[in-house]
Design a protein around this ligand. Structure first.
Ligand code: CU
Length: 94
């Protein structure tokens, strides 16, 4: 019985390893006023699978946390593009 519980607990703990959320940084160069980040953030959190989005206006960057089983980086850049702000993957976060 205890062994079974331990195995179940281990399975639960191990699950996030393969279902781990992914975080990427997007470059959003066309944000030109302090209201833009709000629009970009709203567009990103609307994408299914996105759990968190943080937009840095000074650096023109958006940091997005998402479930890569539910969405893709392409879907994220499409979302910002459709909101009027084309974005690209910044740096080497893959
Ligand atoms: Cu603006």
């Amino acid at each position: 019985m205890n062994k079974l519980l331990a195995a179940a607990a281990m399975a639960l703990l191990a699950a996030p390893v393969w279902a781990a959320p992914k975080t990427v940084t997007l470059s959003v160069p066309t944000m030109d006023c302090p209201v833009c980040p709000i629009t970009v953030k709203k567009a990103l959190v609307k994408v299914p699978g996105v759990s968190h989005a943080k937009v840095n206006f000074d650096k023109r960057l958006a940091t997005v946390t998402f479930d890569d089983a539910k969405t893709t980086i392409d879907a994220l850049t499409d979302a910002t593009k459709n909101a009027g702000y084309p974005s690209t993957l910044a740096g080497n976060a893959r």
